[in-house]
Design a protein around this ligand. Structure first.
Ligand SMILES: Nc1nc2c(ncn2[C@@H]2O[C@H](COP(=O)(O)OP(=O)(O)O)[C@@H](O)[C@H]2O)c(=O)[nH]1
Ligand SMILES: [Mg+2]
Length: 391
């Protein structure tokens, strides 16, 4: 048994779609006129909304409005032979179960569906049935409720009535709506003969050093750019060693800066390079003093771009904390790491709205230099919605 809501410009059109979809025995559960504000406030459009089900137990069907003009309400039909059936005691007889078992279980399923729908109706009155699974999918992907509601409302307003019949149109509209929430930036440009300085900042362990290595290797090997590295990650000896190892493998000059006053000299010592990547120490978003210290280093380096590195594995709360605290450093872009490890990406979507900075790169594994790609809003939207797997 299926129950669906249809929207059309006229009642005739709605009933035609009900019959075509659910068959001649379809029963109308509700019909009403809905007024929808058009996008960008371009007036109001009136639509007819009809909720119908394809079949019902006879006694329930008789209380509804059927497209095949079944009697309603008072004219309640008895189930065939119902008057002569003995009243079972204490439980239903096998004969009775055989007769009513299936309609009753269907009725039960319908009540379940309506009750689930009821919960969503409470939050989203007027949401067409076709969009209920979309809302559920967003919630399951950890998209915050407020954002999920905004997205389904947007889809509801932007779809034409006949598109509600096509799940692929709904999926495409959802993907588009999510993609529109994701600002992206073009990849870093290396211009021969002009020194560009790019710094990566972010909490500890999110993948800054690995991402610097991926970017540096790609720019040198794939684009033939002259690349230099600077590390201010001097809190942990191992962290400097980590970048040194990459610098040796990729064959790049590396400067270690222990104090902001050494920055200008260190940059000059790299020689004629087109791109400098600055790797920084991971700062706990709670550690305001260290983030100020980081700001000092960056003030001296005068980077062309600062990318805040965020791990997709982090919970929404820590992502928000990182965005808030690193706002003290002038962040221009976001890099999302560890997409391969994240169970869901809905939290990332919420944080993108909060930060309003565009995403520059996505990283998808530990392999240097392969597991990195320039951010693509449709790809990220499909990943968030699980319409696509990481290759
Ligand atoms: N699965 C996965 N692991 C990553 C990714 N990027 C970095 N890592 C791993 O995360 C760990 C911390 O990375 P690191 O670059 O040292 O982080 P940092 O402290 O921010 O510099 C290392 O084990 C990396 O291999 C990624 O995209 N996916
Ligand atoms: Mg590091």
């Amino acid at each position: 048994m299926r129950s669906k809501t249809y929207r059309a410009k006229t009642m005739k059109e709605a009933l035609t779609r009900v019959r075509r979809d659910l068959g001649g025995d379809a029963v109308i559960l509700a019909a009403r006129e809905v007024r929808r504000r058009r996008l960008f406030g371009l007036g109001v459009r009136a639509l007819v909304e009809v909720t119908a089900t394809d079949q019902m137990p006879p006694e329930v069907a008789a209380s509804g409005l059927s497209t095949s003009a079944a009697p309603s309400g008072a004219d309640r039909a008895r189930p065939e032979g119902g008057a002569t059936d003995p009243v079972p005691s204490p439980g239903p007889s096998p004969a009775l179960r055989a007769r009513f078992g299936e309609p009753l279980s269907r009725l039960h399923a319908m009540v379940e569906t309506l009750s689930r729908q009821g919960r969503i109706d409470h939050l989203l009155p007027d949401l067409p049935a076709e969009l209920v699974p979309i809302y559920s999918q967003l919630i399951e992907s950890d998209v915050p409720e407020v954002l999920a509601r905004r997205l389904v409302r947007h889809i509801d307003e932007s779809l034409e009535p006949d598109q509600f019949d096509h799940p692929e149109s709904i999926r495409a509209a959802l993907c588009q709506a999510v993609a529109e929430c994701i600002p992206v930036a073009p990849p870093i440009q290396a211009v021969a003969g002009t020194r560009r300085v790019v710094a990566l900042v972010g909490p500890t362990g999110v993948g800054k050093t690995t991402t610097v290595a991926k970017l540096a290797a790609n720019f040198k090997l794939a684009h033939g750019a002259r690349v230099g590295l600077v590390t201010v990650d001097t809190y942990r000896i191992a962290a400097v060693e980590q970048l040194k190892t990459y610098a040796e493998i990729i064959d790049l000059p590396l400067a270690v800066v222990n104090d902001p006053s050494e920055m200008t000299r260190a940059l000059d010592e790299l020689g004629p390079v087109d791109l400098v990547f600055i790797d920084t120490a991971g700062r706990s978003p709670r550690d305001e003093v260290k983030i100020r210290e980081l700001a000092e280093f960056l003030l001296q380096a005068r980077p062309d771009q600062v990318h805040l590195v965020l791990s997709a594995v982090a919970g929404q709360r820590s992502l928000r904390a990182a965005v808030d605290r690193f706002a003290m450093v002038q962040v221009d872009r976001l890099i999302l790491t560890k997409l391969d490890e994240a169970d869901s990406l809905g939290g990332v979507l919420a944080v993108l709205g909060l930060s309003s900075r565009p995403v520059s790169y996505l990283t998808t594994g530990q392999a240097v230099p392969d597991d990195i790609e320039p951010a693509d809003r449709l790809r990220l939207a499909r990943l968030i919605l699980r319409q696509e797997e990481l290759a």
